[in-house]
Design a protein around this ligand. Structure first.
Ligand code: ATP
Ligand code: MG
Ligand code: FE
Length: 341
């Protein structure tokens, strides 16, 4: 089954043609990062207009109208994401579905992130899955593509958001994650914490055993940076210290989930799964008998291949949309007996 996927949830305009959820036949992505850089973050109004400007040329690079006969379904990110941006992708997807008489498969963006590593490997179930991105930090117990539960999530900021916010405080540019990652490689995390004590982020109480918290970390670093002189020369150490705290929290809570559920398979995805320190630590878990999976760097962030890939499994389940399908900005996962995340 060949699926044409469209992703426009944030600031990447991406289209991909994927066969049977595994083979990426063609893909094009236009990143708006240069436009949003000057505002130190994504400006929703500009993002949706940029999608409008670029989506048809991105689409035409992937497929021509004559080749549409080879496509079995049109997949599109339905949410969560920026509503104006999502509607551009959804509008184009509906137009294609209508004019070429193809079924429409609406895809959940977070399920698509979680799917990205499946494009590159056969991953057996069950596993503990971590989606760490710009807007979400979610820990899942995954028993199947359509059988999973949310174990935990952030109680305040998302981890990627924390990287971006710290970068803003340090005037490093946008997006902050890759810049902090790079600077941290030359830094010593202990040098910044010269008072010798690492902050204890969100202890493992019963309530928060799988939860995350990042706003306190960002505030603590911001406050300390304000009282430092010569910040420029200390940037690598600051970044290394921040990165270690932020990523070690992801690792500790994920490890809790693996241990408590007796699971020895771990999958990471989302923009933050491109972090070099995280990837190294997760790979080291293999020595402890954990099978680990992550997408190649270019598939950690937003891309249409993961949308078309995930859509294959939704289509097999008969989860189709229609011309009345709507977009949504927020996530609707409900934690067992808990609030919506
Ligand atoms: P969501 O998927 O939650 O809707 P999003 O689509 O904006 O949000 P992604 O594109 O998956 O998020 O990821 C972007 C985030 O990943 C940004 O916050 C960015 O700083 C972060 N990021 C990218 N590379 C790295 C890295 N090497 N280290 C840490 N963070 C990173
Ligand atoms: Mg992006
Ligand atoms: Fe994303």
């Amino acid at each position: 089954m060949r699926i044409l996927g469209i992703e426009t949830s944030c600031d990447e305009t991406s289209v991909a043609l994927v066969e049977n959820g595994r083979t990426i036949l063609k893909e094009r992505t236009h990143s708006q990062v240069m436009v949003h850089k000057e505002f130190d973050g994504v400006v929703p109004e500009i993002a949706s207009r940029q999608h409008l400007v670029y989506i048809l040329s991105v689409l035409e690079e992937v497929i021509s109208p004559g080749q549409m006969t080879e496509v079995d379904a049109i997949a599109v990110t339905q949410g969560p994401g920026l509503i104006g941006s999502l509607l551009v992708g959804l509008g184009v997807a509906k137009a294609l579905a209508y004019s070429f008489q193809k079924p429409l498969v609406p895809v959940n963006h977070i399920e698509a992130h979680l799917y990205a590593p499946h494009l590159f490997a056969d991953i057996a179930f069950p596993y503990v899955g971590l989606v760490a991105s710009g807007g979400h930090t979610l820990l899942f117990l995954v028993r199947g593509f359509h059988d999973y539960e949310v174990l935990g999530s952030t109680i305040d900021d998302a981890v990627g958001e924390a990287f971006d916010k710290l970068a803003k405080v340090l005037h490093l540019g946008y997006p902050g994650g890759p810049i902090i990652d790079k600077l941290a490689q030359q830094g010593d995390p202990d040098a910044f914490l010269e008072f010798g004590k690492r902050p204890q982020l969100l202890p493992d109480t019963e309530r928060d055993r799988y939860n995350f918290s990042y706003s306190g970390l960002k505030t603590a670093f911001t406050y300390r940076i304000q009282h430092l002189d010569n910040v420029e020369s200390k940037l690598p150490n600051i970044c290394a210290a921040f990165q270690r705290e932020a990523i070690d929290l992801l690792l500790r809570k994920s490890w809790n989930a693996l241990e408590d559920h007796g699971i020895s398979r771990f999958v990471i995805s989302g923009g933050v799964s491109a972090n070099s320190y995280l990837r190294k630590q997760v790979q080291a878990w293999q020595k402890k008998g954990i099978e680990t999976f992550m997408a190649p760097l270019e598939y950690c962030g937003d891309n249409a291949a993961m949308v078309a890939g995930r859509a294959y499994h939704d289509a097999l389940k008969g989860k189709y949309g229609d011309l009345r399908t709507d977009a949504y900005s927020r996530l609707g996962f409900v934690r067992k007996g808990k609030r919506k995340v």
